[in-house]
Design a protein around this ligand. Sequence first.
Ligand code: SMG
Ligand code: MG
Length: 369
Amino acid sequence: MRLDSVEVIRCHLPLVRPFRTSFGTEYEKDVLLLKVTTADGVVGWGECAADRAPLYSHEFNDAAIIVLRDHLVPRLMRAGELTAEDVPGLLRPVRGHPMARAALEMAVLDAQLRTAGVSLGSYLGSTRDRIDCGVSVGIPDDDELATLMAEVEGYVDAGYRRIKLKIQPGWDIVPTTKVRERWPDIPLQVDANQAYGRDAIEHLAQLDALDLLLIEQPLHEDDLRGHQLLAERMVTAVCLDESVISVATADSAIEYGACEIVNIKAGRVSGYLEAKAIHDMCLGRGIPVWCGGMVETGLGRAANIALASLPGFVLPGDTSASDRFFTRDVTEPFVLRDGQIAVPTGPGLGVEPIPDVLDDITVWRSPLT
Ligand code: SMG
Ligand code: MG
């Protein structure tokens, strides 16, 4: 295919409640959507996983706009005829910015699959038509245990098949113990988003009493040795999120004994093609993977759900329903039924923005070509 135009659309979506992690609190989703149009007039949609501020990782939306406009998009326009599979190679000379390049690859892939009439799930190798869903529960804005318990209760009642608690120093053993005591059988895990140092290993080992599925990214993303020391000390499986940015980093972390389970997020690893490659590598060596989330709108959510339907995704992902974060999603909402969400079957992502909603939430749009 040949690209005719690429446009970035910046949208603001209010969140149903603040989402607080060890690195900050989000009140509103600030998201970049990419709209590519091919020379044949087919439209493809991409979503950038970055946030307003560089807190989860070094990426942030203002920087993503610049790198897309000045460096990434021009490389695809200069290439002329291309396929989605060519995109990673065409963008390789540019360093970093995995979420920006993932958004562009996603939009090109969507256009290609819509042209071919193939769903993203089938293209990636889906083996399920529904996926088990987990939900990520933030640190309560008021620091109250009662607030956390009420929120978790709502998700358990809604049918979520796994609960993930965000933790940080001062909010870890006690809240996780309370949730475990109240729901002795629910699959439970925790995520620290790099909030601890190696000196916290003995403290974190107390979590071993709580029968958790895993502990996610407790230490700094660069500290593979620290994660290996933690994995040796803890019975609970160590899972990496921020540290894994490619097949090579996943392979290294696994080989070094720093990672027993992998959280796969397409944005963090430069796209769905690399995400699939990490999945394939982990499946081949028996390492469980699950699909992470970045508070995506229905576009990114659709792609994540397709990815999560591959056979190696043996643990429920952060693939919650649209109403976990938004009263009004930009696409038709994804709905939880019996703890599961149906994998879209239409061509490409299988969903698209509802024009009126997109207009309402758009704060700025600009051509990138
Ligand atoms: O989309 O359900 C979601 C969010 C899941 O907790 C979640 N994501 O580190 O895994 C993670 C966080 C990063 C995003 S926080 C804005
Ligand atoms: Mg995480």
